[in-house]
Design a binder for this molecule. Structure first.
Ligand code: ATP
Length: 256
């Protein structure tokens, strides 16, 4: 990775770009991955590249709901694996739940690469963690290789999932989900926790709890929040979407 000085104001953003470029060369990403990432970057720029207060509330609500869920699962695609793979493993180890690779453009090569990537992140995290946490990290199961489940309401390869993961889950944490799938999961009676920098996306509007924040920041914060044992509230998701839009529209007034 390039040597970017800590003082560089866009360091985190540039590091994410480099991770994406490197992962793309290794075949982990779909062809459109950079376009999706660029759209996210633009929204993040308007948000001031920080976790807003309302996003922090959404992270707490997400943690509370995941902690009381019977059967949570974390659904990962290419971008989220590259940008928050280790954070997903941490969250799964705290919750004792599986991580499932579930991608829009499904090819066996990319499924294998992403599962392999998450397994090696898990093994590295396990090796580097204190004894106390090691076992629960190493126990995190990476699902997706066996597509013996279905997401009813979706057609073709996009409907495939694991029967022990998304199919039987009561709550799905989906960083960077697409709108159709979010809608289908909600129609099946599941709760969806989405992380999406675009408060206007169909995913953001349909999800049960939307965290309008960068996926790397949000997943790291979520892992910390789970340790605080928060409790659920009467959640108003529309309010956090409105707040994100307010921040973005007032950011133009802050310039100059
Ligand atoms: P939808 O179907 O929900 O309307 P979309 O089709 O507009 O979404 P996709 O291309 O499926 O969008 O997914 C990209 C989404 O992920 C965009 O909304 C983008 O803002 C968001 N995104 C991209 N990078 C990040 C990131 N690093 N953190 C959080 N969100 C991101």
């Amino acid at each position: 990775m390039a040597d970017i000085p800590d003082s560089h104001p866009r360091k985190a953003s540039l590091m994410s770009r480099l991770r994406m470029v490197e992962a793309s060369k290794r075949g982990l990403l779909a062809e459109s991955a950079m376009i999706a990432h660029g759209r996210g970057e633009a929204f993040d720029y308007l948000l001031g590249e920080r976790t807003s207060d309302s996003a922090s509330l959404a992270i707490r609500e997400a943690a509370a709901r995941l902690l009381v869920a019977e059967s949570p699962v974390i659904s990962m695609n290419g971008n989220s694996t590259v940008l928050a793979g280790s954070e997903a493993i941490m969250i799964a180890s705290i919750l004792g739940c599986p991580v499932e690779v579930n991608i829009y453009y499904r090819t066996s090569e990319r499924m294998e690469s992403l599962i392999g990537e998450l397994e090696s992140l898990r093994d590295r995290l396990g090796r580097e963690s204190p004894e106390m946490a090691r076992e629960s990290i190493m126990d995190v199961e990476i699902l997706g290789a066996v597509a013996d489940g279905r997401i009813l309401g979706l057609e073709g390869p996009r409907s495939l999932c694991s029967s022990r993961g998304i199919e039987q889950a009561d709550i799905v944490l989906v960083p960077l989900e697409d709108g159709d799938r979010c809608e289908a999961l909600i129609s099946l009676g599941k709760q969806v926790i989405a992380i999406d920098l675009n408060p206007l996306s169909r995913t953001s509007k349909k999800a049960t709890v939307t965290i309008v924040d960068d996926v790397t920041r949000a997943m790291g914060r979520l892992a910390e929040e789970l340790l605080e044992n928060p409790t659920t509230t009467d959640w108003n998701n529309e309010a956090v979407l409105r707040d994100a839009l307010d921040i973005m529209s007032s950011s133009s007034l802050r310039i100059g």
